[in-house]
Design a protein around this ligand. Structure first.
Ligand code: PLP
Length: 390
C-alpha cells in the first residue's frame, strides 16, 4: 500500500470509506493516479468539477482572482459577488441571493429563512417543514434533521424538531401532513444521495401549487441537480414552477467550496441585518470561479448534456446487467441486475480505468458536463465490460 494510503489511515479521522486509489492530477474528464495510471472520470468529484479537472478557463478565473484579492470580509462590497449575483438573478428570475460555503450551509440558510418568514407573518409555532422520504439535505444537525432517512437520525440527539417526511410522489400523503403549523416544503427534484430518484412532474407541480395556496415556503434543494446537471440551468426550470428558495452548491464554483441560497419575491427581504452571516461565504475566488462556470452554462452545453444522456441510455440498454437507468441529464442512476453489488462494480471500474459513484444500491454517474462523446463512449465500454466480467 502506498504511503499516502497508510498515512491517511493514520492521521485523518476515519469518517470516509475510501476506494483504493490516490488521484493526483487531471485534465478535463481524465484523471491520473499516483502511479500515473489514467482514468475516465464519470464522477466530477461528486458532481462538483463542472467542466472536469483543471479546465483552462476555470483555472484562469481562479488564478487571476487569487492574484488580485483572495478575500475580503462581508463588511465591504465585493465586485466578484455582485457580478455573480447579477448573473444568477438574471438567469433564474429569483430576486436575491445569499452566498455560503457548502450545500448543508445553504440549506441551513433556507430553513432559517422559511421559519423566519412564517414567524414574521404568523408568529411562533408555525414551524413545521415537510421534506421527503429518501431525501438528503446535508450533515449539520438541522440538515440531518431535514434528511428523510432513518439511518441519518442516530447518535447525535437531540435533532432539530418539526421536520416531517412525506413519501415521494404521493399527493394525498403529503396533504395529510400539511396542517396549520406547516411553514415549508423542501424537495430535491431528483433525489441524489437517496438513489437518483426523479420525482414525478405532477408531484413537483402540486407542491408548487399547494405552497402558493397555503402560503408555505417552497424550497428546492438544487445542491446536486443545479448548475446544468439535469440539462437545465436549475432543474426546477423544466417544470414551470417557481420555488421561493433555491439552494445550490456542488457544481456552482467548478470544484471550489461555494454555495448560494436564492430567494424569490415572497422571501427576498426575510433575512435582514445581523440575522444570517458567514466569514467565507461569497469569497472572491469562489465567486469568480462560479461566475466563469455559470456564464458557460448556455443552451449548447445543456443540449450536450441531453445528447450525452441519450448515448448513455442507448449504450446501457445493450447490457443485460442493467435493468434500467434513472435520473435526468448527466445525473444518472443505474439499477443493476440483482446479482451485482454496486460497490464491487465501482472497485472493478477503478481497476479498469473508470471512476464511477454509487447512490444507495445504484451506480451513479455524474460526468463533467462537457465530457466529449469519445470519452463518454470509452467510459461506457469499460462499464459494460466490467458488468460482463465474473
Ligand atoms: C451534497 C448535497 C448536500 C450537502 O452538501 P455539502 O456541500 O456536502 O454540505 C445537500 N443537499 C443535496 C441535495 C446534496 O446532494
Amino acid at each position: 500500500m502506498s504511503n499516502i494510503i497508510n498515512n491517511d489511515k493514520k492521521y485523518i479521522a476515519n469518517t470516509y470509506k475510501r476506494f483504493n486509489v490516490v488521484l493526483k492530477e487531471g485534465k478535463g474528464s481524465i484523471l491520473i493516479d499516483e502511479n500515473n495510471k489514467e482514468y475516465i472520470d464519470f464522477s466530477s468529484g461528486i458532481g462538483t468539477n463542472t467542466f472536469g479537472a483543471c479546465d483552462d478557463e476555470w483555472v484562469d478565473a481562479v488564478c487571476n482572482q487569487a492574484k488580485t484579492l483572495q478575500h475580503t470580509s462581508n463588511l465591504y462590497y465585493s465586485i466578484p459577488q455582485v457580478k455573480l449575483a447579477e448573473l444568477l438573478i438574471e438567469r433564474t428570475n429569483m430576486k436575491k441571493v445569499f452566498f455560503a460555503n457548502s450545500g448543508a450551509e445553504a440549506n441551513e440558510g433556507a430553513i432559517k429563512c422559511a421559519r423566519k418568514y412564517s414567524f414574521d407573518k404568523y408568529g411562533k409555532g408555525r414551524s413545521e417543514i415537510i421534506t421527503l422520504q429518501g431525501s438528503f439535505h446535508g450533515r449539520t444537525i438541522a440538515t440531518l434533521s431535514a434528511t428523510g432517512q432513518d439511518v441519518f437520525h442516530q447518535y447525535f440527539y437531540p435533532f432539530v424538531e418539526d421536520f416531517k417526511y412525506a413519501p415521494v410522489n404521493d399527493i394525498n400523503a403529503l396533504n395529510d401532513l400539511i396542517n396549520e403549523n406547516t411553514c415549508a416544503i423542501m424537495i430535491e427534484t431528483v433525489q441524489g444521495e437517496g438513489g437518483v430518484n426523479a420525482l414525478e412532474p405532477e408531484f413537483i407541480k402540486y407542491i408548487d401549487k399547494v405552497c402558493k395556496e397555503k402560503d408555505l415556503v417552497f424550497i428546492c434543494d438544487e445542491v446536486q441537480t443545479g448548475n446544468g446537471r439535469t440539462g437545465y440551468l436549475y432543474s426546477y426550470m423544466e417544470y414551470g414552477v417557481n420555488p421561493d428558495i433555491v439552494t445550490t452548491a456542488k457544481a456552482l464554483a467548478g470544484g471550489l467550496p461555494f454555495a448560494a441560497v436564492m430567494f424569490n419575491t415572497k422571501v427576498e427581504n426575510t433575512l435582514s441585518y445581523g440575522q444570517h452571516a458567514t466569514t467565507f461565504g461569497g469569497n472572491p475566488i469562489c465567486a469568480q470561479a462560479a461566475y466563469s462556470i455559470i456564464s458557460r452554462i448556455d443552451n449548447d452545453l445543456l443540449e450536450h448534456v441531453k445528447e450525452c444522456r441519450k448515448i448513455i441510455d442507448e449504450e446501457l440498454k445493450k447490457s443485460p446487467y442493467v435493468k434500467y437507468t434513472t435520473g435526468k441529464g448527466l445525473m444518472v442512476g443505474i439499477e443493476l441486475d440483482d446479482k451485482k453489488l454496486a460497490v464491487d462494480i465501482v472497485q472493478k471500474c477503478i481497476d479498469n480505468g473508470l471512476i464511477v459513484l454509487t447512490a444507495k444500491k445504484r451506480i451513479r454517474l455524474l460526468p463533467p458536463l462537457n465530457i466529449s462523446f469519445e470519452n463518454l463512449r470509452r467510459g461506457l465500454d469499460i462499464l459494460k465490460k466490467v458488468l460482463e466480467s465474473e
